[in-house]
Write a protein that binds this ligand. Structure first.
Ligand SMILES: NC(=O)c1ccc[n+]([C@@H]2O[C@H](COP(=O)([O-])OP(=O)(O)OC[C@H]3O[C@@H](n4cnc5c(N)ncnc54)[C@H](OP(=O)(O)O)[C@@H]3O)[C@@H](O)[C@H]2O)c1
Length: 232
């Protein structure tokens, strides 16, 4: 990441996942990166998106090792409680919809709440969250996947709103929602043949390059692996 100060420090949430693990690995190989902290439900410190106290404790534990120049939230879920995405209205289940929002939108918003304060105030820094193209309201022409789509759209809106607030005090901060493409992972395995999916390390490398090239603009962006904007 040439755009970040030498010796930059990074956190990856969801480092146990395919894309999060690939981000952590790529950053550990990156000569300019001094620290990479990969976090998950079993890490030290641990965090769980559905328990705010665990996120607050995690931020408090890590604050002395900050500030952090790069924070990537690579968490997310497509199947909820073992049930795949809803194809029709009649598949909607209120408890599963609520959990989709808890994991894909509310938890990520709580990561913003507790970790934006750990970004540096006076230098370039990046907070990126893994979204999905299906979270684009403008791009929704196929329908289906109600809970995943809606919770990703909510994640995008929460990021956009947080970016406006955070950039008032951190004008050099970049906030980005990322569409990784179709990537081989636990999440995508039931829905895509392995041969049609990108390797996680390819997606992570491309997304890091796209993030590196983003200017700070005072508002969040929604981009794909080529750095091209996606309509919100
Ligand atoms: N793969 C694709 O084709 C694709 C396409 C578009 C967007 N995305 C997005 O990319 C992101 C990463 O997906 P992936 O493909 O790498 O999936 P993955 O391998 O299943 O990774 C998901 C990650 O989210 C974490 N997570 C889930 N629920 C959590 C919770 N309650 N608390 C803390 N962590 C939790 C998982 O932790 P555990 O290991 O503890 O379960 C894991 O680290 C997701 O936001 C996904 O929606 C993926």
């Amino acid at each position: 990441m040439k755009s970040l100060p030498a010796g930059y420090r990074a956190i990856v949430f969801g480092a146990t996942g395919a894309i999060g693990g690939a981000f952590a690995h790529a950053l550990r190989q990156s000569p300019g990166c001094a620290t990479v902290i990969g976090l998950g439900r079993g890490s030290e410190p641990p965090f769980d998106l559905e328990h705010e106290a665990s996120i607050a404790d995690c931020a408090r534990d890590l604050a002395p090792r900050g500030p952090f120049d790069l924070i990537i939230d690579a968490t997310g879920a497509l199947a909820i409680d073992g049930v795949g995405p809803e194809k029709r209205l009649r598949d909607l289940d209120p408890a599963r919809l609520a959990r989709a929002f808890a994991v894909n939108a509310i938890g990520p918003a709580l990561l913003l709440k507790h970790f934006v304060p750990l970004l540096p105030a006076k230098s370039r820094c990046i907070f990126a969250t893994l979204s999905a193209r299906v979270g684009s309201i403008a791009d929704n022409r196929k329908g289906g996947w109600y809970g995943y789509r809606a919770s990703k759209a909510a994640r995008n809106m929460l990021l956009r709103t947080a970016a406006i607030e955070a950039c008032r005090q951190r004008p050099d901060a970049v906030f980005a929602a990322l569409q990784p493409g179709t990537v081989r992972s636990r999440l995508s395995a039931p829905f895509v043949a392995g041969t049609e999916a990108m390797e996680p390390d390819v997606a992570a490398t491309r997304l890091l390059a796209a993030l590196d090239a983003l200017p700070s603009s005072g508002e969040a962006v929604f981009i794909d692996t080529r750095g091209l904007p996606i309509d919100w």
